[in-house]
Design a protein around this ligand. Structure first.
Ligand SMILES: Cc1cc2nc3c(=O)[nH]c(=O)nc-3n(C[C@H](O)[C@H](O)[C@H](O)COP(=O)(O)O)c2cc1C
Length: 201
């Protein structure tokens, strides 16, 4: 099967992150974004791909900050209320019945009930043909303790990160599963030693 344009989200499960921003006028906004990726380790830079007509993009241009909220499957019900077009003067927390969560390093609030909050300041904007790449500097990443395993990993069974695959009928929601197998970073190196071993504690 050859995947044509617009059908290509079908083969690669994508995260559904909720981007919260605040306009210069103080109106809070939320939008789901799936085109999101870290820019290499140590995950202090993150990239969002945005279409031009997004209040999210306008707010980030104005205020130079945003929160990436990572949420579990209960947020499935919040995708459409936050993705549906609404005018910039509409507070989308109220629209989606979500509660703002004060951020520590920026003014834009996060969303209560997410399992992690990545506070970001704008590190750069790259405008392409029909898209804009937003680069965010992660100023703080907090994960709710209840979603962590005793050794500090994300507990996938508890967090159930919201993801999706695209298909002919729209978005199909899914999550990530633990395969109960790990490799050390050092295993990638001939001497078996992770050159960054000292930085994790
Ligand atoms: C699951 C999902 C993922 C989405 N991912 C993106 C994305 O990565 N980039 C984008 O520009 N729009 C994306 N959208 C569309 C925006 O969420 C939608 O246009 C929203 O209304 C934008 O809100 P805003 O104008 O308040 O920013 C996505 C929508 C859904 C439902």
């Amino acid at each position: 099967m050859i995947f044509k344009p617009f059908m290509r989200e079908g083969f690669m499960p994508l995260p559904v992150a909720f981007i919260s921003t605040r306009s210069r006028e103080g109106i809070n906004n939320i939008a789901p974004y799936s085109c999101i990726m870290p820019v290499l380790r140590p995950l202090d830079l993150i990239c969002l791909a945005s279409a031009e007509k997004r209040d999210t993009l306008a707010n980030i241009r104005e205020t130079r900050e945003f929160v990436v909220n990572l949420a579990g499957k209960s947020f499935m019900e919040k995708v459409i209320p936050t993705a549906r077009f609404s005018p910039p003067e509409q507070d989308e927390f109220a629209l989606a019945d979500l509660t703002p969560r004060p951020s520590e390093t920026i003014t834009s609030p996060g969303i209560q009930g997410a399992y992690a909050w990545m506070e970001c300041t704008l590190a750069g904007i790259h405008k392409g043909e029909g898209y804009t790449l937003i680069m965010g500097q992660v100023t703080r990443l907090e994960v709710d303790d209840i979603y962590l395993t005793p050794d500090g990993r994300l507990d996938l069974e508890k967090a159930r990160p919201l993801m999706m695959t695209g298909g002919k009928k729209g978005m199909h929601y899914c999550t990530a599963a633990d395969l109960d197998k790990s490799d050390s970073f050092g295993a990638m190196f001939p001497d078996g030693k992770d050159p960054l071993a000292g930085v994790y504690e």
